[in-house]
Design a protein around this ligand. Structure first.
Ligand SMILES: Nc1nc2c(c(=O)[nH]1)N[C@H]1C(S)=C(S)[C@@H](COP(=O)(O)OP(=O)(O)OC[C@H]3O[C@@H](n4cnc5c(N)ncnc54)[C@H](O)[C@@H]3O)O[C@H]1N2
Ligand code: MOO
Length: 637
C-alpha cells in the first residue's frame, strides 16, 4: 500500500525543492542541426555571421550604375548625356556594382536618347541606391545570442549570414507511460468501466509544442512488476519519464512505491487543486513524475511542473504567458487548503473583460476546450465574490476574445449550430455560451455580463412569452428581442415509451425516475406550471431535485437508462433517438441591449439566424418553426 498521507507543499516550494535535486546545467546536451530545420529550437551558443550580407556592393534598384562625379550639375535645364559601358552599365536590383562605378540611377529617372546613350536630369551622391557590403549583416557580428528560441525570421538572417548549421540544445526526450487496468485505447465498442486513454496523447502534443520529443509507451495494467518494468525501460530510453494515473491512495496506485524502490520520491502531494496527488521523484538522476489520472489535474501538472522542467532542459526562462485583469461574473468558493486553478470563459462586454467560471471538476475535459483563461485562487483565500477584479492567464489572443459573442441564458441545441455558422462566416466570430437558464440570462444582461441572453419565459397570466419578463426585470434598459424559434417542448422517454407515459400523472403514480432542469431555467418553470395545472405536488415526482443544465444532458441520462423521463425540446430527443410526448410550443428568443444591435458581430449573428443554411440545420434537428427568426422587436424594459 502506498502512503495515504500526502504532503501539502506550496507549488513554488515544491518546484524549488524538486529542481534543487538536479544539476540542469550538466543536463544541457548540445547538437548541431541544419539552420533550415531549426525553427523552435534553442541556441546553445551565440551565433555570429560567417559572411557579410550583402557580401558585395549591390544595386538597390533597377536602373544604371554610374560614376557619381559624372552626374554633378545635372538638372532639368542642364541634362547630362551618358554613354553605355563608359559612363554607365545597366543593372537590375541585387546585381553587383561593376568596378569603377559608385552609384545607381533608377530607370524612371533616365531619358533614353538612343541605343547606348541616356540623358539624366538629377545628380546622385556616391553610394546612392547601392546596398553596400554588410549593409544588413556585417561578418562576425552577433546574429543570435545563446538560449534564444529560434523563430522563422531568425532563420532568414542566419542563412544570409552564411550560417547553414547551428548548435542547439538537444530536445529532451520524454517517455510517457499510461497505466490502469480499466484504461483502453480509443474505440467505440466500449463496455461499462472502460476509460478511454486520452491523457498520453495530450501530453505528447504538449511536449512537442514545448520543444521536447515525446515517446509514448503502450498502456500498462495495474500490476506492480509490469509498471516497474515499463518504468525501468522508459528511464533507460529517455531524459524524463511521466507515469500517468495511479498517483493517489487507491488499492492499485503503485507509482509512489515503484519510484521509491528504483530511486527516490521527494514530494507526494502539493497544495493545488486539481493536481494534488502528483509524485515528484528521480531514478538514475532523471526526473520521474507520477501525474494524476484526471485529465484536468493532469493538464495542470503538465503546465505547472512539466513545462518548467522542459524549459530547464533547453536553457529557457519560465514563460508566465499573458496575464490580464478581468471582472468575475459569479462567486467562487474555494478552500484554504490549496491554490486552485479555475478555468474561465472570457468576453468583452461593455468594455469590461468578464470572466465566467467553467465546470470545476477534475475530469471535465470540455472545461479545458472551452476555457479562454485560467484564474488562480490563492491558497489562503476562501473564495472570490462576484464583481471582484481578478488576474487571468490568457489561453487565447485578446483579439479573438474581442470577437466573441458572449451568450448567457437558456440552452438549446440550435445555439451550437449558430456558433458553428458564425465561425464559418467571413467575420470568423466566436460564440461562447453558458447555460444558466433563462432567468440567469436576464440577470446577466442586467449586470452587463453578456451580449445576448437566449430566453423562453412564459408569463402565466398573459400567456405571453419573454416580453413581460424583460419589462419586469430589466426596467430602464433599452432591450431588443431578436426573435428566435418556436420550439416544441415535451417529455423525453426511452424509445418505445416502455412505461406508456402520457403525462406527469403517470410519472408520479408509477414513481418513475424523473430528471429535472436547474432552477431558473424556462424548462423547469414549464414543468412547475404543468404540475400546478394537474394539481400534482413536486414531492410526488421522484428526481425533482436532480438537476441537469442542458436539454442534451437530460436526454443523455434517459438514453443511458439513468432516468426514465425528463422535459426538453424535440430536437434533443431526436438527436438521442428517444421518444417524445409533446406538451406545448414555446417561444425561444434572444434578448440583447438595443445598442449592441449595431455591433458587427451582432449584425452577423442576425444574418446567420436568417440564413437558408441555418434553416436547413433547423429542419435537420426537427421541431422548430422559424417563420419569425431574426425579426427585431424593441422593448423598453
Ligand atoms: N481516497 C482517495 N481517493 C482519491 C484521492 C485521495 O486523495 N484519496 N485523490 C483524488 C484526486 S484529487 C485525484 S486527482 C485522483 C488521482 O487519481 P490517480 O492518479 O490515482 O488515477 P486513477 O485513480 O487511476 O484515475 C483517476 C481517473 O483519471 C482518469 N484517467 C486515468 N488515466 C487516464 C488516461 N490515460 N486518459 C484519460 N483519463 C484517464 C479516469 O477518469 C480515472 O477514473 O484520485 C482521487 N481519488
Ligand atoms: O487533485 Mo485532484 O487533481 O483535485 O482532482
Amino acid at each position: 500500500m502506498s502512503n495515504i498521507y500526502l504532503s501539502n507543499y506550496e507549488l513554488n516550494d515544491a518546484l524549488n525543492i524538486y529542481f534543487s535535486n538536479f544539476d540542469f546545467k550538466e543536463k544541457l546536451e548540445r547538437e548541431e542541426i541544419l539552420t533550415c530545420e531549426s525553427c523552435g529550437r534553442v541556441t546553445s551558443k551565440a551565433v555570429y555571421a560567417k559572411i557579410s550580407y550583402p557580401f558585395y556592393n549591390s544595386s538597390a534598384m533597377d536602373g544604371i550604375a554610374v560614376k557619381s562625379e559624372k552626374t554633378i550639375g545635372a538638372t532639368e535645364k542642364n541634362m547630362i548625356e551618358l554613354y553605355e559601358n563608359e559612363d554607365y552599365i545597366v543593372v537590375d536590383t541585387g546585381d553587383p556594382i561593376p568596378k569603377g562605378f559608385d552609384s545607381v540611377i533608377m530607370v524612371e529617372d533616365i531619358i533614353k536618347v538612343k541605343e547606348g546613350c541616356v540623358k539624366i536630369y538629377k545628380s546622385v551622391l556616391p553610394y546612392e541606391n547601392i546596398r553596400p557590403i554588410g549593409e544588413d549583416i556585417v561578418q562576425n557580428t552577433l546574429i543570435l545570442p545563446s538560449n534564444h528560441k529560434i523563430r522563422a525570421v531568425d532563420i532568414g538572417a542566419l542563412l544570409c549570414g552564411g550560417v547553414n548549421s547551428i548548435k542547439v540544445y538537444k530536445k529532451p526526450k520524454v517517455g510517457i507511460i499510461p497505466t490502469g487496468t480499466e484504461i483502453v485505447e480509443p474505440a467505440l465498442d466500449l463496455k461499462v468501466g472502460d476509460i478511454i486513454e486520452s491523457n498520453s496523447r495530450v501530453f505528447s502534443a504538449l511536449i512537442n509544442e514545448w520543444g521536447g520529443e515525446a515517446l509514448r509507451y503502450d498502456i500498462v495494467k495495474d500490476d506492480y512488476e509490469k509498471i516497474k518494468a515499463a518504468i525501468i525501460k522508459a528511464v533507460d530510453e529517455n531524459d524524463i519519464v511521466l507515469i500517468n494515473a495511479g498517483s493517489s491512495a487507491g488499492r492499485e496506485d503503485f507509482t509512489y512505491s515503484i519510484i521509491n524502490e528504483l530511486g527516490k520520491v521527494f514530494i507526494h502531494g502539493i497544495a493545488i487543486k486539481p493536481g494534488k496527488p502528483v509524485i515528484l521523484g528521480k531514478i538514475k538522476d532523471k526526473p520521474v513524475i507520477g501525474i494524476p489520472g484526471y485529465p484536468v489535474s493532469a493538464y495542470i501538472i503538465m503546465e505547472n511542473i512539466v513545462k518548467p522542467l522542459l524549459e530547464k532542459y533547453q536553457g529557457l526562462l519560465h514563460d508566465e504567458g499573458d496575464i490580464k485583469e478581468a471582472v468575475l461574473s459569479r462567486r467562487i468558493v474555494s478552500s484554504l487548503k490549496h491554490l486552485e486553478f479555475v478555468r474561465v470563459k472570457l468576453g468583452f462586454v461593455a468594455d469590461k473583460l468578464i470572466a465566467t467560471p467553467l465546470n470545476r471538476g477534475a475530469g471535465a475535459t470540455m472545461s479545458l476546450v472551452n476555457a479562454d483563461g485560467i484564474l488562480k485562487i490563492p491558497q489562503n483565500c476562501e473564495g472570490l465574490e462576484a464583481g471582484s477584479k481578478v488576474k487571468v492567464n490568457l489561453l487565447k489572443k485578446t483579439n479573438e476574445i474581442k470577437n466573441t459573442i458572449v451568450v448567457i441564458g437558456s440552452h438549446d441545441p440550435i445555439v451550437d449550430v449558430v456558433s458553428d455558422l458564425l465561425k464559418k462566416s467571413d467575420g470568423g466570430y466566436s460564440l461562447s455560451s453558458s447555460h444558466v437558464g433563462s432567468m440567469g440570462g436576464i440577470l446577466s444582461l442586467k449586470k452587463q455580463e453578456c451580449h445576448i441572453a437566449p430566453i423562453h419565459l412564459l408569463d402565466m397570466e398573459s400567456g405571453e412569452y419573454n416580453i413581460p419578463y424583460i419589462n419586469k426585470y430589466l426596467k430602464g434598459m433599452d432591450i431588443a428581442l431578436i426573435k428566435g424559434v418556436k420550439r416544441i417542448q415535451g417529455f423525453m422517454v426511452k424509445k418505445g415509451n416502455p412505461y406508456n407515459i402520457k403525462d406527469l400523472r403517470d410519472v408520479a403514480e408509477l414513481k418513475l425516475r424523473y430528471i429535472n432542469r436547474q432552477k431558473g431555467s424556462g424548462t423547469r418553470l414549464l414543468l412547475d406550471y404543468n404540475l400546478k395545472k394537474l394539481g400534482i405536488d413536486f414531492s410526488m415526482i421522484s428526481g425533482y431535485e436532480r438537476e441537469e443544465f442542458t436539454h442534451l444532458g437530460v436526454a443523455a441520462s434517459i438514453k443511458e437508462d439513468d432516468a426514465d423521463c425528463g422535459m426538453g425540446v424535440y430536437s434533443a430527443a431526436k438527436l438521442m433517438d428517444l421518444d417524445f410526448i409533446p406538451v406545448c410550443s414555446e417561444e425561444y428568443d434572444f434578448a440583447v441591449p438595443e445598442s449592441y444591435l449595431e455591433m458587427p458581430m451582432i449584425k452577423k449573428f442576425i444574418e446567420v439566424i436568417k440564413s437558408e443554411e441555418f434553416f436547413k440545420e433547423l429542419d435537420r434537428l426537427g421541431g422548430y418553426d422559424y417563420l419569425e427568426c431574426g425579426k427585431i422587436v424593441k422593448v423598453r424594459g
